[in-house]
Design a protein around this ligand. Structure first.
Ligand SMILES: *Cc1c(COP(=O)(O)O)cnc(C)c1O
Length: 539
């Protein structure tokens, strides 16, 4: 049947009545809840296609004129969308920070949509508001470890916020720097504050030429979005070269002092706890000292690495995080919550007041509406997923997960190091590492003649790119790639494979298979032959 008849009667049914147990959508639903892994392996990436081929399924720009039966549409979704999506659940998908989730999120997601609460205001969320505030409090306690009195005072205070829940690390970073900006240009008797009068007036009032943010080159691109949105300008993102992958406190201080000497103001130093590319952690304690000396806000981007605090063994790596004025965390990374769960935490619960907004019909003064201090307006109750996970795993459960990821990554690093045809590029601090294929004979040769590295690195880059692409296209496994400066080659960025070992289901055998597959692909490439042929000719 080509489209259902348009009638209000039909539309009411869409709101109220499922199509019956045998309908396609009901079958999908059943399969999903019976065995998610089986559903995914049956329906996702049924045939690896190019993006251009897939785009053909999504090429019409007109809104469909006629309604369609839900089941018919579900069939379409399966064939066009699900079949061509990415199986992020797969234990061999180890290229990004998105991984398998615990099963309980599936029924919880149904509950979340079923309730459809809007966290912007209490009138549409009721108990979800205190729940979200408690979740922020729990994460605040994990980072800042304040007293019981402190949390009794602030957890549910209408005039304070311990943080803000948002869709992810990007918005968390923007929120943190928004607060920092408004704090840096506060009201005086002649000036109503940057939030009222705007940036230009604020800079004139305080006599600053420019305002900027300091971070290492490994800072997430969301920081550069933040300086753009906050009207500081992308050029005021003062990124510092960090071949060691960690921001040097001495360099940060030097750059900051020089910048301020020229009549500018450092708005914030951003320390990264778990860089997106290599998982390194900046020296947070020392950076807190630098921020103090420069008189600026200290923000820690712990979107990836924050969950390490659950581990008594590895939490020490983040020493100094409690000195940050604000901290970004992403529960949809190492806390295994579905996407859309970011948080920013404020050390001082008054800080959120620098961005507080009111409106007549909601967010009235004195209300506890969460929307008064968040960038987003309407927002779902994702905090419930974090709340459930915190209870179901507990700190100890998360500790086990974090510890096993880090252990597994160290094992993988040893596998790479002991393999003659691979080169470990950055060792794991957390559950990330980078490496590349580098044929044994080439490695032998560069050991003896380090001056030939530059040209060879460019050949090796081509090899790494070719292997990564072919592996992705083959569809069995996935590692990502990036370009990095490292201590070994400080003057030249090299292309590397990037691996994130977050999926608890990834085994050592999976990792061995990935290396084997990469070597098989590599040794059949032109780039490999060229590298080894050149070597033979030279020696
Ligand atoms: C992932 C990540 C972000 C961005 O978070 P989104 O949730 O993707 O918006 C920011 N910083 C770091 C260090 C990250 O790892």
């Amino acid at each position: 049947m080509k489209g259902a008849e348009v009638s209000l009667d039909h539309l009411f049914k869409v709101f109220t009545m499922p199509e019956g147990k045998d309908s396609k959508l009901a079958q999908i639903e059943q399969h999903l809840s019976d065995n998610l892994a089986d559903f995914l392996s049956q329906h996702v990436v049924t045939k690896v296609k190019s993006l251009e081929e897939i785009e053909k399924h999504f090429s019409k720009s007109a809104v469909p004129e006629n309604p369609e039966f839900v089941s018919k549409h579900a069939e379409d979704l399966l064939n066009k969308l699900v079949a061509n999506s990415v199986n992020t659940y797969s234990p061999t998908f180890i290229g990004h920070m998105t991984s398998a989730l615990p099963y309980f999120h599936l029924p919880l997601a149904k509950l979340l949509v079923g309730l459809n609460q809007n966290l912007v205001k209490i009138e549409t969320s009721k108990a979800f508001t205190p729940l979200e505030r408690q979740v922020l409090g729990m994460m605040h306690e994990l980072v800042y470890k304040q007293s019981d009195d402190f949390y009794n005072t602030y957890l549910h205070s209408a005039n304070h916020a311990l943080g803000a829940f948002c869709s992810g690390g990007t918005l968390a970073n923007i929120t943190a720097l928004w607060v920092a900006r408004n704090k840096a240009l506060p009201a005086t008797t002649q000036f109503k504050g940057v939030a009222q009068e705007g940036l230009a007036a604020g800079m004139v009032h305080y006599g600053y030429k420019k305002m900027g943010i300091i971070s290492s080159k490994r800072g997430h691109y969301s920081l550069s979005k933040a300086v753009d949105i906050l009207a500081l300008g992308r050029q005021q993102m003062l990124t510092i070269d960090s071949p060691s992958q960690r921001l040097s406190p001495e360099k940060a201080l030097e750059v900051g002092l020089q910048y301020q000497k020229e009549g500018n103001k450092v708005l914030a130093i951003v320390g990264i706890a778990g860089t997106t590319e290599t998982g390194h952690i900046d020296p947070l304690d020392e950076l807190a000292d630098v921020a103090k000396e420069l008189g600026c806000h200290f923000h820690v981007d712990a979107a990836w690495g924050g969950a390490t605090l659950f581990s008594n063994e590895h939490g020490q790596l983040l020493k100094g995080i409690a000195r940050a004025d604000s901290v970004t965390l992403d529960a949809h990374k190492q806390m295994y919550v579905p996407m859309g769960a970011g948080m920013v935490l404020f050390k001082d619960p008054n800080d959120s007041n620098t961005v507080r907004h009111h409106a007549q019909y909601i967010l009235r003064a004195g209300s506890k509406d969460l929307g008064a201090t968040t960038i987003e307006g309407s927002r779902n109750g994702m905090a419930m997923m974090v709340y459930a996970s915190l209870h179901i795993f507990g700190r100890q459960g998360y500790e086990l997960l974090i510890n096993q990821s880090i252990e597994k990554t160290k094992t993988f690093a040893r596998m790479i190091q002991s393999h003659p045809d691979f080169e470990l590029v950055t060792s794991p601090t957390l559950s990330l590492l980078t490496y590349r294929v580098n044929p044994e004979e080439v490695q032998q040769r560069t050991k003896a003649q380090p001056q030939i590295n530059h040209a060879l690195n460019m050949e090796l880059d081509k090899l790494t790119v070719a292997v990564q692409k072919q592996q992705r296209e083959a569809g069995k496994s996935f590692v990502s790639r990036t370009r990095l400066q490292t201590e070994k080659y400080p003057d030249q960025a090299i292309t590397v494979f990037r691996v994130v070992l977050a999926n608890p289901l990834t085994t050592e055998t999976d990792l061995q298979n990935i290396l084997d597959e990469q070597l098989a692909i590599a040794s059949a490439t032109k780039a490999w032959k060229k590298l080894c042929y050149k070597h033979k000719k030279a020696s």
